[in-house]
Ligand binder design. Structure first.
Ligand code: SF4
Length: 219
């Protein structure tokens, strides 16, 4: 295990991000969106599902449902059929119908623009809300911790926490706000490409010398 001060860890964390930015020069596959409503719905659908699958589904979904009212007035059967190939499609259909209704009833038909209000929407937690705040409003309220970030950040020795909220808080202490979205996206890209759940390819990893797990791994 590395022995390091908090400042050393900060420097190491930032160096890791710089290297990952140089490594992954192509944009990764993330949820496609053109409006705040599309981002909210796409992010909701992406829970426990791949962004690739979500992007296939939303291609037709977003053409058919363009407004909160369209989701609010759709039947659950109809919404379930439209998203049936994503995981947990029944609960997600309920969420998007409820989300459309809440936006109409409580937010005047407009997707809310504060973290506090976003997390009131059905199916939207802090992870999704931070992404919406960063991507739509350029306000970096926190680091979204998905399954890749949850796995890669502890391997890199950037946190010892297991709870996503606590992992996010540890990472937020290491990076400037302007990097919050990048930390999420580059750890995801690294998790998809090299730092896989099983058998991470440490021998191909560009940040191995900075990674406690990689230093002792035989891979
Ligand atoms: S060295 Fe291995 S464990 Fe560490 S980040 Fe790279 S792939 Fe993941």
């Amino acid at each position: 295990m590395f022995r390091e001060t908090f400042d050393d860890k900060k420097r190491r964390a930032r160096k890791i991000l710089r290297i990952l930015k140089k490594t992954y020069t192509e944009p990764g596959e993330f949820v496609h969106w053109t409006t705040p409503l599309e981002l909210v719905v796409g992010t909701l659908l992406s829970a426990q599902c791949t962004d690739k699958r979500v992007n296939i589904v939303t291609k037709s979904l977003f053409k058919k449902y363009r407004t909160p009212k369209a989701y609010a007035s759709a039947s659950l059967d109809e919404l379930e059929a439209a998203i049936s190939s994503v995981t947990y499609f029944r609960s997600k259909a309920r969420y998007i119908q409820g989300l459309g209704r809440m936006i109409l009833r409580d937010f005047g038909g407009t997707v809310p623009s504060t973290l506090e209000d976003l997390v009131k929407l059905p199916g939207i937690g802090y992870k999704s809300a931070h992404l919406v705040m960063s991507k739509v409003h350029a306000q970096h309220t926190g680091i979204a911790v998905d399954t890749h970030v949850k796995r890669v950040a502890p391997r890199l020795g950037l946190t010892r926490q297991k709870d996503p909220g606590k992992i996010g808080a540890d990472l937020e202490a290491l990076y400037p706000r302007a990097d919050f979205l990048s930390v999420n996206e580059y750890l995801i890209m690294h998790g998809r490409a090299i730092c896989a759940p099983r058998n991470p390819k440490c021998n191909e990893c560009p940040v191995r010398s900075l990674c406690p797990y990689g230093r002792v791994s035989r891979a």
